[in-house]
Every structure is written in C-alpha cells, then in structure tokens.
Design a protein around this ligand. Structure first.
Ligand code: SF4
Length: 69
C-alpha cells in the first residue's frame, strides 16, 4: 500500500494553503488551484502531507491509501 494525495476539485476553494505547507508535492496552477505531483507520497513527507490535509479549510485535500508503490 502507498499513500497518495488527492484533491476534490468541487470542494477546493483554490486559495493555495496546501502548496505553502507542502511545496515539495503541490504547486499551483495560474488560477491558484493545486497541482499534485505524480506518484506516492514519500515516507519522509507523510507527516507534512497529513498536516497539509488537516489544514485544508474545505477538507478538499485527501490522503488515500492505494495498492502498489
Ligand atoms: S488548501 Fe484545500 S481548498 Fe486550499 S487550494 Fe489546497 S486543496 Fe484547495
């Protein structure tokens, strides 16, 4: 199992807090909406990814468990 970041585009308000908290994996498009890096969350970034997900005001940023690495 691996952890991956997902954004619910309907719930995302596009203010970019997640990119500030986790710039290693999240950048913003020209409209301020997050672009998530491909692939699993590296183990060393798991705490920061959890923090970014918890800080999302609309709960649009999710960490999901997926099969494979
Ligand atoms: S913090 Fe949440 S609402 Fe804000 S841009 Fe990131 S995913 Fe969207």
């Amino acid at each position: 199992m691996s952890q991956r970041l997902r954004v619910n585009p309907i719930m995302c308000a596009g203010h970019g807090m997640c990119a500030e908290l986790l710039p290693e994996l999240i950048t913003l498009d020209p409209w301020g909406y997050p672009i998530i890096a491909r692939g699993p969350v590296p183990d060393e970034l798991t705490p920061m990814a959890s923090r970014a997900a918890a800080a999302c005001p609309t709960l649009a940023l999710l960490i999901v468990e997926e099969e494979g690495r």
